[in-house]
Write a protein that binds this ligand. Structure first.
Ligand code: SF4
Length: 721
């Protein structure tokens, strides 16, 4: 009998440790899914430092999705109107290689695009970068993380000189003021929230502030809920800063010694008196003052955020104005304090380390830095100038490139853009125009498979060995403990095989994923995300480890557990940042508000979000009965005042229109949503519910720095069907 396997959850960026047990255990009944099929059983791994045995419904049921609707063999068709037919790997890969060569010759390297995923393991990400940015000579690799946390990346880079969340989960239990903004942590990062909630419950002096237009489960637990008008986060942050300065809560020693740009910032926040901020944000002055007092009186303030801040046309400015508050009071680099972005995907962090966005390179390097390009070219043994100096296409720019026929080949892997992209009807029309789309995924059917010319079956979590990094920079080895179905292969193996067939044998000679990780780890040497002391072997021996983890620390010689092997490391504990002068940067921003504010024709703001049980576009969770029973249908939350005006009652079918499209949802009338704002979950694509696609309504206007689209807000009108 196969032994149990310690691994990491493949859903969200909390990165909980899981222990998978074979379906048959001595003396116990065989573990089965709801259809009676034997499946591996999951329990929380008590030894994992991030989760200590805790697990939510998604992690607990993940194995129930592993056998259903799997894509087992390569498939091909000439046009989207034809049926797929099964082909051999050889045929599929030769077709792809030929097509890459033709497009490269006729249109140039920049007509080739890959759209990848935070579901990749770091090894998959790394080989894709080496193939596209290195050997093919185009930076056109972007990942669905562009839609998730790229504003956090650009905010950290601009404020601190480098990416990297500076906090760790232990801070959840050491803070005396938690400031949660744009995050429904209770539902979307439940195990992180449980740790904070326990600490908050046990210690009455600990304050929790939640900023969200919805009264979510997270907001229910708060001491203070600020239901601000959508798009007014910067007004709020500047308003809190105004009061902190007025009341003398600023840490002038920290500001003078460790930061730059305070005087410009101080000039901006003068313009945010409480009366103005209260009016713009739609909150009471005493609530604003209470928030500033909680922040100012606390010894250690921890802020947490996710999509509500990042998915905005001023996402980077929001991240930076939030970081300003930490710089103003010196709440960073010490236990219980810091600005902590929670990543959505399980390995968005590993993607950042491996260079998995169109403007970055492995090891927290950026494509527009000549020295960074030269370092990577040398490491990959490529001639100088092989890596392009300008960023590649972002996810949305790939869609635009299909519209203008500048994209000749699109390779999509482990993501479902036909549901998750903004302005989904426009996205689907562009995908239909694609001259050649390769779609590599574990599941079939999916909404995106309908737009593919070639389907490649991917081995998924549990069927391949690789690493994932969670939000607190802990790297966990996810081992292979089951065989992939049919002829499915690991993503990195497919990319490497294409690289070899294109004639780049030397660059892709890896025998296994441990060798890939070994090369990746070396490329991070001396960088802020230094993982050079990590390897599959070390992670297998010691369990999950947190970076930075350089290879020159004494433990390598000692070969035993040491202080350096400890987790709960923080960044910037010496208050020196990764900027050239070591100082963090204040940012002076006024708010521009929503890209598409409500008006007479479209008088309500639609906001989108996630539910506790479902994951993204339901590729896995839509196939798990326990979860589909928990969340059977999409819905729209409407405040009673708005419902009354429109004559809408509970469960009435409501037609929602924006300037781009229409969707229909049953009404849920609730005071949990602010008046003039409505909420819909984003999980339903055409496969699960017709006409209930949230992204039929959203728009692609993006933050000018992070290029992350504003999926969180658009103007809509409602009518009873
Ligand atoms: Fe998985 Fe996230 Fe749930 Fe943890 S909180 S079990 S990582 S989905």
């Amino acid at each position: 009998m196969t032994d149990s396997a310690k691994t990491v959850c493949p859903y969200c960026g909390v990165g909980c440790g899981l222990e998978a047990l074979p379906p048959a255990q001595p003396g116990k009944a065989v573990h089965r899914d709801s259809q009676g099929n034997p499946v591996w059983q999951i329990r929380g791994d008590r030894t994992h430092p991030s989760s200590m045995g805790k697990v939510c419904v998604k992690g607990a049921t993940v194995t129930e999705s592993l056998e259903k609707d799997r894509l087992k063999y390569p498939m091909m068709r000439k046009s989207l109107d034809d049926e797929f037919r099964r082909v051999s790997w050889d045929q599929a890969l030769e077709t792809i290689v030929n097509r890459i060569q033709i497009v490269h010759k006729n249109q140039g390297a920049d007509a080739l695009c890959m759209y990848g995923s935070g579901q990749f393991q770091t090894e998959d990400y790394y080989i894709a970068q080496k193939l596209f940015k290195g050997h093919l000579g185009t930076n056109n690799f972007d990942a669905n993380s562009r839609l998730c946390m790229s504003s956090a990346v650009s905010g950290y880079i601009q404020s601190f000189g480098s990416d990297g969340p500076p906090c760790c989960y232990e801070d959840l239990e050491l803070t005396d003021c938690a400031f949660l903004v744009g995050t429904n942590t209770a539902e979307c990062h439940p195990i992180v929230f449980n740790r904070l909630r326990q600490h908050h419950k046990k210690n009455r002096q600990v304050k929790m502030i939640v900023v969200d237009p919805r009264r979510t489960q997270t907001a229910e637990a708060a001491d203070l809920h600020l239901a601000i008008n959508p798009g007014t986060d910067i007004d709020l942050f500047n308003g809190i800063a105004h009061l902190l300065m007025l009341w003398g809560y600023t840490n002038m020693f920290f500001i003078d010694e460790c930061t730059k740009g305070f005087s410009d910032y101080a000039e901006v926040i003068c313009h945010y008196p409480p009366e103005l901020v209260s009016r713009k944000c739609g909150i009471r002055i005493d609530h604003l003052e209470q928030a500033a007092r909680y922040w100012g009186e606390a010894q250690n303030v921890l802020s947490l955020w996710s999509m509500g801040i990042n998915q905005s046309s001023e996402g980077t400015a929001k991240v930076r104005t939030l970081i300003n508050l930490h710089l103003m009071t010196g709440d960073i680099g010490k236990p219980g304090a810091g600005p902590f972005s929670l990543t959505g995907q399980p390995n968005a962090m590993g993607g950042r380390e491996a260079g998995g966005l169109s403007h970055i390179l492995p090891g927290y390097r950026v494509v527009n830095n000549p020295q960074h390009r030269a370092e990577i070219e040398q490491f990959w043994d490529l001639p100088p100038g092989s890596i392009q100096p300008q960023r590649g296409r972002t996810a949305w720019e790939m869609i635009e490139g299909l519209e203008t026929s500048e994209v000749g080949l699109l390779w999509i892997a482990a993501t479902n853009p036909a549901v998750s992209m903004p302005d989904i009807k426009r996205t689907q029309a562009a995908l239909r125009r694609s001259p050649f789309t390769v779609y590599q995924d574990a599941y079939y059917p999916t909404e995106t498979a309908a737009y593919a010319h070639i389907l490649l079956p991917a081995a998924q979590w549990s069927e391949k060995a690789g690493t994932m990094t969670n939000s607190e920079r802990i790297v966990t080895l996810a081992p292979k403990f089951r065989d992939p179905p049919g002829e499915a292969r690991a993503d990195w193996e497919i990319f490497a095989e294409v690289g070899r067939r294109l004639g780049f044998e030397k660059g892709f000679k890896f025998k296994n994923s441990a060798q890939v990780y070994e090369e990746f780890a070396r490329i991070t040497t001396g960088r802020p995300c230094d993982c050079s002391g990590l390897s599959h072997e070390r992670l297998r021996t010691y369990g999950p480890l947190q970076w930075p983890y350089p290879d020159h620390w004494p433990y390598l010689e000692a070969g035993e557990e040491t202080e350096q092997n400890r987790t709960n490391k923080r960044l910037y504990t010496d208050f020196r940042f990764n900027t050239p002068d070591g100082r963090a940067r204040f940012a002076a921003y006024h708010s521009r508000g929503l890209a598409e504010p409500p008006d007479e024709a479209y008088p309500l703001v639609l906001t989108t979000g996630r539910l506790y049980g479902h994951w993204h576009t339901q590729t896995r969770t839509g196939r798990i009965e326990k979860i589909t029973k928990m969340h059977p249908l999409p819905f729209i939350e409407i405040h009673p005042q708005d419902a009354q005006k429109l004559g809408i009652q509970e469960n009435n079918l409501v037609e929602v229109r924006s300037r781009r499209g229409m969707a229909r949802f049953p009404a849920k009338i609730t005071k949990a949503i602010a008046p003039k704002t409505v909420f819909v979950p984003m999980h339903w694509g055409a496969l699960w519910a017709s006409d209930a696609e949230a992204n039929a309504l959203t728009h692609p206007e993006a933050c000018p720095s992070s290029l992350q689209p504003e999926l969180k807000a658009c103007a809509v009108q409602l009518k009873l069907v």
